[in-house]
Ligand binder design. Structure first.
Ligand code: SF4
Length: 431
């Protein structure tokens, strides 16, 4: 939002902080945490993700990553065969062999993540022990860590959280008197560069990003570290950073003009920088993106939207669509609701329009609610899109919202486009 007021967010409307949440614990239709590898392997360019899993895991990664791979992949699957699962073979020995072969072929790897899956969990394969053993063999050249991406323990974006949590103990200790900003959660490099330029203009720093582009340059952490969450799903990572002395800066997430401005203003506030200065520094970017959003308002205003739970960015996106584009969220589902980390978003999402906030999933019941609500647009996982389309509902694949750079001012128009496209397509089909 542009404007001359120093106030970055309008909290006058009644928000959703106290709205009762519909909690469901039934069958769910979401990806497992392995999917996070798709953006994590592109971010950390000297890391390799070795999934210890089955052919199903390999197929999931292949189809989810499919079109996205354009360089030599930095992930793979060590496939457990039936004899491994039946306990007839020594999986640890086999894993040591696979890792040895991989690391001798790929001298560029500095960190190896062993990623747990449902099969490795079912046979209780202790990957943290394996990581310790392999670390003993391959360090100091390669750091070996483990985390779980299993569908039993994690959903979709939680894989990034378990991965980063595993990295936190590796972060060096920051000097006791150093005040530094740590932006936590993967953003596309191009967005990270934009954000860095704004922080530089505000003369804030040092500013570091976690995960970093190279794992041999891990950011330090300590009592002077101020954490700014870029993604709402890094909850456990932030808790682990807090144990190392870091403090979180409460803020909405940087989606849309308003969210990005509020996010930057909160960070600047921790450096004692006035909100007016942030408005000044971001004026041109805000004007550009506000103009870009205006075009989409014509398509989206008044349209009703239903979010199935998927990635944990549903609430921030509903806030953006409601406040900046005039859409009407009918139900906003999220796999988990971290009330503290979502508080600033809930305050901004108007609660006075019969909106349902739901946490977890009972997919059949939720589908019934969606059919009854007849929204103009439904955001859901790939598995639900076809049945919904067959029943005449326009859908948006939630996964695209995670794979596309959508943070920051300059991406606000692209974010709106992701919602406008399926509606335009439907209009064309109906003509
Ligand atoms: S980890 Fe589990 S849910 Fe994920 S692909 Fe493998 S078997 Fe399927």
């Amino acid at each position: 939002m542009s404007g001359s007021s120093a106030s970055t967010v309008d909290r006058s409307a009644s928000g959703c902080r106290d709205l009762p949440v519909l909690k469901e614990r039934g069958q769910r239709e979401v990806f497992c945490g392995l999917t996070g590898i798709i953006w994590l392997h592109r971010k950390m360019q000297d890391a390799f993700f070795l999934i210890v899993g089955s052919r199903t895991c390999a197929h999931l990664m292949q189809s989810a990553a499919g079109v996205m791979i354009f360089a030599e992949p930095r992930f793979g699957t060590a496939i457990m065969e039936e004899k491994d699962l039946a306990g007839m073979a020594d999986v640890h020995e086999e894993l040591d062999r696979v890792v040895g072969r991989l690391l001798s072929r790929r001298p560029d790897i500095r960190t190896l993540f062993l990623v747990g899956s449902c099969p490795s969990e079912v046979i209780k394969l202790d990957l943290s022990k394996a990581a310790e053993r392999l670390g003993g063999i391959h360090s100091p050249r390669v750091r070996v860590l483990s985390y779980t991406g299993s569908g039993i323990e994690t959903t979709f974006t939680e894989g990034e959280d378990t991965c980063l949590t595993a990295l936190v103990p590796e972060l060096p200790e920051a000097p006791a008197d150093e005040r530094a900003l740590l932006v936590v959660g993967t953003m596309a490099d191009v967005v990270e560069d934009q954000m860095r330029r704004v922080f530089d203009s505000l003369e804030m720093g040092p500013v570091r990003f976690f995960p970093p582009r190279r794992t041999d340059e891990l950011p330090p952490v300590g009592p002077g570290t101020r954490v700014l969450m870029a993604q709402p799903w890094v909850n456990e990572t932030v808790a682990a950073l807090a144990k190392r002395g870091a403090t979180r800066i409460p803020a909405p997430y940087p989606f849309g003009v308003e969210g990005t401005l509020a996010w930057l203003t909160a960070a600047a506030g921790a450096w004692g920088i006035e909100a007016e200065r942030v408005l000044e520094v971001t004026k041109r970017a805000r004007e550009r993106s506000t103009a870009a959003l205006e075009r989409y308002r014509q398509v989206l205003e008044g349209k009703r939207i239903f979010f199935f739970p998927d990635s944990q960015i549903e609430i921030p996106l509903a806030r953006f669509l409601r406040r900046e584009l005039g859409m009407r969220p009918v139900e906003v589902g999220t796999p988990f609701l971290h009330r503290e980390h979502m508080a600033a978003e809930l305050d901004l999402l108007p609660a006075d329009e019969g909106l349902v906030l739901s946490e977890g999933q009972d997919v059949e019941r939720q589908l019934d609610r969606a059919f009854q609500a007849e929204p103009d647009l439904t955001v859901c996982g790939l598995g639900l899109a076809n049945p919904l389309e067959a029943r005449g509902l326009a859908t948006k694949w939630a996964i695209e919202l995670v794979f596309t750079p959508i943070h920051g001012f300059d991406q606000a128009g692209d974010l709106a486009e992701l919602f406008a496209r399926p509606l335009r397509r439907r209009n064309l089909l109906e003509v």
